[in-house]
Design a protein around this ligand. Structure first.
Ligand code: DP6
Length: 359
């Protein structure tokens, strides 16, 4: 499919007023997206686990108006009017207008809330943008009932990507690939797809506990972060490595080699941070407790012959990943040991989920 396939042309129904509510999840990348070109095209393919408990719920009320030149909308976040979020969403609507021209004929009232604490350092752009995209697709389906479920998911991912790259991976689950890759059939730079191969049962219902090591505002916005990869001395090698890692993890997910999984996932996390340590300007996004936690995880793994491992986002929080068979023991370890390294002892227990849900 190419970009033109996503331009909505056919409208057969008239909708005066309609309201849709979607719950869409956050996701955690195993092979990371870091570096992009215009318009939101990733420099390498990435793969993520879709989360379950960390999600956004968004309602959009659509009301038909006469066609306007700009998108008309109001925004509420957790029940309060949120004008400071408006420019980001306005920019998103501007970008997607050519694919969804019908949005110029509606007034939209958007109300959104997150299941995770607002200033937890957890990026809400993935779940937030994918939720808006799903609501738009619900309206588009009402206007054109011919749309198929497969097209709806692809277009929602396509639109979400234009809002935030990682949001493209928040439509489906449990494992999602974004970015064209020779070994992943059907993969595309334009939208994400469900990992298309059989997944070993050890990776089913995988657990992710997010340790809130530092809940402050992100030190590096994703826009600044991705820009750091332009003229980065190691960029080309990194993009190549990420694509190689995607080929490797694709096999690991099928053959169930969990030791290889751990090595690859932890290396990806540290490489992402290494890119920031070696960029110009440079950033250290880990905090002392991030390192303490990593060392404790390694110690626990060694002493208990465990399959626990970690990954990181572009921040100090740690995602602790473990198979569901170790849930009881690892959760005790988190509660008794790792929680001490979290701000106010806060962490979020999550597991892999199946993607967006119409409410
Ligand atoms: C480190 O998707 O937040 O989480 O496209 O600029 O919105 P934008 O960036 P964003 O970048 C996510 C980067 C990452 C890795 C990942 O999720 O793959």
């Amino acid at each position: 499919m190419n970009t033109a396939d996503f331009i909505s042309k056919k409208v057969t129904e008239t909708i005066q007023k309609s309201t849709y509510t979607w719950q869409t999840p956050s996701n955690i990348a195993l092979v990371k997206y870091w570096g992009k070109s215009n318009p939101q095209i990733p420099k390498n393919a990435s793969i993520s686990f879709t989360l379950n408990n960390c999600h956004t719920i968004t309602t959009i009320e659509f009301e038909k108006i006469s066609k306007s030149n700009t998108v008309t909308f109001e925004l509420f976040f957790e029940g309060k009017k949120k004008d400071d979020f408006k420019p980001k969403i306005a920019k998103f609507f501007e970008r997607i207008q050519e694919y969804c021209p019908y949005i110029l004929e509606y007034k939209m009232v958007i109300s959104s809330e997150n299941s995770f604490p607002h200033s937890s350092g957890i990026a809400s752009s993935a779940s937030g943008m994918s939720a808006i995209a799903m609501c738009l697709l619900s309206l588009e389906k009402a206007l054109n009932p011919d749309l198929t479920p497969d097209f709806i998911n692809k277009k929602a991912s396509f639109l979400a990507r234009l809002g935030s790259g990682s949001a493209s991976r928040s439509i489906e689950g449990p494992l999602v690939v974004w970015g064209e890759h020779p070994e992943i059939e059907g993969s595309s730079d334009l939208f994400a797809i469900k990992f298309p191969y059989k997944v070993h049962q050890i990776f089913e219902n995988y657990c992710d506990t997010i340790l809130l090591v530092d809940k402050g505002e992100k030190q590096v916005s994703s826009t600044v972060g991705h820009n750091l990869m332009h003229n980065h001395p190691y960029a080309e090698q990194r993009f190549k490595q990420a694509n190689e890692n995607l080929a490797k993890i694709s096999k690991i997910l099928t053959n169930g080699d969990i030791k290889e999984f751990i090595t690859l996932v932890e290396s990806e996390a540290l490489t992402l941070h290494a890119m920031m340590l070696t960029s110009n300007p440079y950033f250290i996004l880990m905090k002392p407790n991030t390192l303490e936690v990593i060392n404790k995880i390694w110690e626990y793994r060694e002493q208990n012959n465990s399959n626990i491992c970690f990954t990181l986002d572009a921040g100090a929080n740690v995602h602790v990943l473990y198979p569901t068979s170790e849930k009881t023991q690892v959760e005790l370890f988190i509660k008794n040991v790792l929680a001490d390294y979290c701000q106010n002892n806060q962490y979020i227990t999550d597991n892999v989920g199946f993607g967006s849900k119409l409410m």
